[in-house]
Design a protein around this ligand. Sequence first.
Ligand code: SAH
Length: 236
Amino acid sequence: MKQPRIVLVNTSHPGNIGAAARAMKNMGLEQLCLVSPQQYPSAEATARASGADDLLAAASCHQTLDEAIVDATLVIGASARCRTLPLPMLDPRDCAELTMAQADRGRVAILFGRERTGLTNEELDRCHYLVQIPSNPDYPSLNLAAAVQVIAYELRVAAGTAGPAPEAQRDYAGAGQLEQFYAHLEQTLIELEFLDPENPRQLMRRLRRLFGRARPDQNEINILRGILTAAGKAAR
Ligand code: SAH
């Protein structure tokens, strides 16, 4: 079984990185991944990690989110807010159950955003689902490490329960393969003059939502890319 990866995106305060590591270790999680943290390594992170500094030492660090999730077959974004172009929403319990049901098949990545501004739309474009911790609508944002704690706790609870029956084995496409597909799709739609690069509107985002719901496997992505290649040839 693969442990879910907790991905902290562009965190400003090193203390939050340490506190998140501690929250994870308390709940038995080990896979911490940092994407371009603003201040790291840092003595404050180590201090706040307390006895979880081994998790910090083992954390992987990446320049871009795409590198951090290239092998992930399920990507879930933690967000305090509903967004204009909605993704399917989970509560922390459903998030944990879904994660555990997928964990023997591929890597699940759960993304946490910046303290001030959360995750960008481009980052949310990489997500299959959003997870929202129910909270006071007048003050919905938890501290970053507190949000990691709630999600990690539910993962721990779900790990101890049987969970839903697993679905049939599928080789889901990883985020890296999906990004290559989206780039190919966009390029072909431009060649076909269906997509106007001067006025793209939300077309690619809507198509991402569509394919995100379908969760194509590797074979299906290869078929789709074959179709794109044929369409591109026909257009030329
Ligand atoms: N002002 C930011 C909040 C950032 S809090 C915003 O409106 O998006 C830092 C991160 O903690 C968020 O990006 C999210 O990943 C997580 N987080 C905080 N509160 C949350 C909640 N209620 N549900 C899910 N994630 C939450």
